[in-house]
Design a protein around this ligand. Sequence first.
Ligand SMILES: Nc1ncnc2c1ncn2[C@@H]1O[C@H](COP(=O)(O)OP(=O)(O)O)[C@@H](O)[C@H]1O
Ligand SMILES: [Mg+2]
Length: 264
Amino acid sequence: MVDRLTGKPVFLDISDLPMKKGVVTNRNKFILGPSGSGKSFFTNHMVRQYWEQGTHILLVDTGNSYKGLCDLIRQKTNGDDGVYFTYQENDPISFNPFFTEDYRYDIEKRDSIKTLILTLWKREDEPPRRSEEVALSNAVSLYIEKIKKNRKIKPNFNSFYDFVRKDYRKVLADKNVREKDFDVDGFLNVLEPYYKNGEYGYLLNSDKELDLLNKRFIVFELDIVKDNPILFPVVTIIIMETFINKMRRLQGIRKMILIEEAWL
Ligand SMILES: Nc1ncnc2c1ncn2[C@@H]1O[C@H](COP(=O)(O)OP(=O)(O)O)[C@@H](O)[C@H]1O
Ligand SMILES: [Mg+2]
């Protein structure tokens, strides 16, 4: 849909009325227009202004529409802000959902780690049993206790995997947890591709000590990722967790999530 007089894309602030009525306190915008009508051009300017005013911005992009702006922000801040995640053959997309700058692992952070591991472990049509959920939950809690005490251990997927293989296996044996309640070897086998030299060993073991909570301009470029059935769900969870974490912990600061090509 384009404006018939100007040929420009149509910009709707769909929260204007509910906001005046006091029903909602956050704004939603929707930008419609055919390819080439200027949607990305307009949003680049809008997002830049929000950034200049102190807003935290998380962009989900396809087609590198925000690469230039992200580079500019990185330059302006001497590398302090402007984080760009993308998948390249020689530099695959990589995160560390286990890392926090301050070792704060609140309930939501633990939950998001659990959800992530569950997504890797089980298929969508294969819900975990209660006993498996409990076992995973305990594994995550005990792992966090361990890395909090021993700061030499790098929090990442690799050290979590090692923890389950060694320490947690003993815990389960001591408690006489039966294999049918939680099959450690089956679990380790399914998750092996995400460990060290596995096919996706890069995905959750980034050694960049990057706490996205304090970054105000973050771009997730999903052109290649969106067609990969393994990477896409994982990256989606990481994006949502990153934004929800900002909503929780940055109260009183404006945050914005922008999704390019939202139908993809
Ligand atoms: N208001 C404008 N003034 C000048 N050039 C524009 C304007 N809006 C868009 N363009 C140019 O038109 C082209 C397509 O715009 P783009 O924002 O990529 O479209 P869309 O995202 O809707 O597909 C780009 O090269 C952009 O620089
Ligand atoms: Mg565009």
